[in-house]
Design a protein around this ligand. Structure first.
Ligand SMILES: [Zn+2]
Length: 449
């Protein structure tokens, strides 16, 4: 009997797999990777794509930190625009944050509302985090069973009134429940008391804003999270780590076997406080972008494996809320839009520090997939979803806001020259072109819809 023909065969001079980067041929059947063989393997497909010599085949990236804001604040960002931008940036799976949409994703009904809002308009696969806030303790099990990937919590004001922070007892409770459910608690780790005693942040000067969100707020909150993870045995994940002073604590937690992981974001790895112009509120995010020396220590922590993931924390809002004209760091919305450029932003910095695309695949695909428990995503290997990216790592481009698919194009990266061009993206073996919204909605532990 002849060997069944593959749907698609992709040959590339460099294929980034968990075992390293090498020439290869990747066979795809029914949306999954069915074979990874030598470049000149006699495999044949109904369609064969041979990547150009300057292109690398990467696994589709998994961005576990995206604020889509739909329903309720769709004028900030929506599923169609966010997922189109993600695909253009080589990201084939996003996990949506439970706030700034209305309702926030804090019970099973709200998760249903999210899924209904997303249905039929997503260009990449989309999963959903749930949220734990004061008063929804009794909803967490149902939210988990409805498919939420874990529970997000704040220990400080979130910026929106419908998603308040937890107090110590509340955090204790969600950690205990997550441990019982086998879920994960993802934490915005800045301590409210430390921030409360710091000076205020008004005006256009970046220095005042930076002093209003000191690194000590992150260190204090992360110490608490580690202590609770040890005590409850629950898994916890530190979101958007900015303060390098906390990396020692995280390393210690890892050595002692506590289930605490951490992520950082493109802006903390690429930008620096010294470069933020007065009134440059497109650079405002919480925790803040810190000094250059801090940034280099974050790179060290990545190198040492203390930080597991690099994800966008794409968190847009209308330009008026960024107060672009007035530039007041106290009043401006905090959040940076970057889902479309996260890969080239991080790669540009990574290559300059001697990192490889194997590192990128670990930080931006396998790492976030592992955090979310997505066993079929984030790696080029037989049995995995055929989510793939043709990436030209030495090609360059300049970020032009009018080329971004984000709903709003205000970005601190405007005008930056970056290395790495995403030439093509495949989702489950089919090219993502923007014409057809072929993404699926994912639920924890279930087959996609
Ligand atoms: Zn966020």
């Amino acid at each position: 009997m002849p060997k069944p023909e593959l749907d698609l065969l992709v040959r590339a001079r460099r294929v980034v797999t968990p075992g390293g980067t090498a020439p290869g041929a990747v066979g795809i059947t029914g949306g999954r990777i069915s074979a990874v063989e030598a470049y000149d393997s006699p495999l044949s497909g109904q369609e064969t794509v041979v990547l150009a010599d300057d292109e690398v085949l990467l696994p589709g990236l998994v961005d576990s930190h995206v604020h889509v804001n739909e329903p309720g604040r769709t004028d900030w960002e929506g599923f169609a625009t966010a997922t189109r931008a993600a695909a253009a940036g080589g990201i084939t799976t996003i996990i949506d944050m439970p706030l700034n949409s209305i309702p926030p994703t804090i019970d099973a009904d709200a998760l249903r509302a999210k899924r209904e809002a997303a249905a039929g308009q997503v260009h990449v696969d989309v999963g959903f985090w749930g949220g734990a806030v004061p008063g929804n303790s009794g909803q967490l099990r149902e939210l988990h069973e409805a498919g939420a990937f874990g529970f997000k919590v704040f220990l400080v004001d979130s910026g929106v009134p419908e998603f308040p922070p937890l107090d110590a007892a509340g955090l204790d409770d969600v950690m205990r429940q997550a441990g019982e459910l086998g879920s994960v608690v993802i934490v915005h780790a800045e301590d409210a008391a430390v921030i409360g005693s710091a000076p205020g942040a008004g005006g256009p000067g970046y220095g005042a804003f930076l002093r209003s969100r000191p690194g000590a707020a992150e260190v204090t909150a992360i110490a608490r999270v580690i202590e609770l993870a040890r005590r409850t045995g629950a898994r916890a994940h530190v979101l958007h780590l900015s303060a390098a002073d906390a990396t020692g604590l995280l390393a210690g937690a890892r050595r002692s076997g506590a289930g605490v992981t951490a992520e950082t974001c493109p802006h903390y790895l690429a930008l620096a406080a010294e470069e933020v112009p007065d009134g440059g509120t497109q650079f405002k995010c919480c925790p803040p972008i810190r000094e250059r020396a801090n940034r280099e220590r974050l790179w060290e922590a990545l190198r040492e494996g203390i930080i597991d993931c690099v994800v966008s924390d794409h968190s847009p809002c209308p330009p008026a809320l960024k107060l672009a004209g007035r530039g007041d760091f106290g009043a401006a919305w905090g959040g940076i839009s970057s889902v479309q450029v996260a890969l080239p932003v991080v790669w540009t910095q990574a290559r300059a520090r001697g990192h490889t695309l194997d590192d990128i695949a670990r930080w931006m695909a396998a790492g976030p997939a592992g955090l979310a428990g997505l066993a079929g995503k984030g790696r080029i290997a037989p049995g995995m979803d055929a989510d793939l990216v043709a990436f030209a790592p030495e090609d360059t481009f300049t970020v032009r806001p009018d080329r971004l698919y984000h709903r709003h194009r205000l970005t601190p990266y405007a005008g930056r020259r970056l290395h790495g061009v995403v030439r093509r993206t495949w989702l489950r073996g089919a090219p993502v072109t923007g014409e057809r919204a072929s993404g699926r909605l994912l639920a924890r532990g279930a087959d996609p819809e």
